[in-house]
Design a protein around this ligand. Structure first.
Ligand SMILES: [Zn+2]
Length: 121
C-alpha cells in the first residue's frame, strides 16, 4: 500500500462527503489548519482535531483494504477516539458512528461541541 494511494482515497472520500466527517459530520480541513481556524473562527488548538484523515471502515489489521468502499474521511478526533486505548478491536464503524451521533446530539462528543462552536451545522 502506498501512502500516495491512501492520500488519493482520502481526497476522494473528503469530496464525496462534502468535507464532513463520516462520524460526527463536522467540517474538516485537508490542508491549512490555520486558514480553517481563521475562516471558522476557531482556536487553532481545536481546529487541529478537524484534520481530515483516511479511516478504514474495516481496520487494516482485520484485513480491511485500501479501497474506495473501505476508506472514508474522518476527523482526527473521531479517528483517534475509535482506536485509542483499545487493546483489541475498534468498534465496528457503523456502531461507532451511531454512538458518535448520539453524543454529538447531546453536545458531548467533540471538544468543539462543548465550546458551543458551530462547525457542525
Ligand atoms: Zn469526526
Amino acid at each position: 500500500m502506498s501512502s500516495k494511494r491512501l492520500r488519493r482515497l482520502r481526497q476522494h472520500a473528503y469530496e464525496k462527503q462534502d468535507g464532513r466527517c463520516f462520524y460526527c459530520s463536522y467540517l474538516m480541513w485537508l490542508t491549512g489548519s490555520d486558514d480553517f481556524a481563521r475562516s471558522h473562527r476557531l482556536p487553532p488548538r481545536l481546529a487541529r482535531y478537524l484534520q481530515c484523515t483516511a479511516e478504514h471502515l474495516m481496520a487494516r489489521r482485520d484485513d480491511g483494504s485500501d479501497t474506495v468502499t473501505n476508506v472514508v474521511a474522518a476527523c482526527l478526533w473521531c479517528n483517534r477516539m475509535r482506536h485509542q486505548g483499545r487493546a483489541k478491536k475498534a468498534p465496528e464503524a457503523l456502531i461507532y458512528k451511531a454512538q458518535v451521533s448520539r453524543l454529538v446530539a447531546l453536545r458531548r462528543w467533540h471538544p468543539l461541541a462543548s465550546s458551543g462552536r458551530g462547525v457542525s451545522v
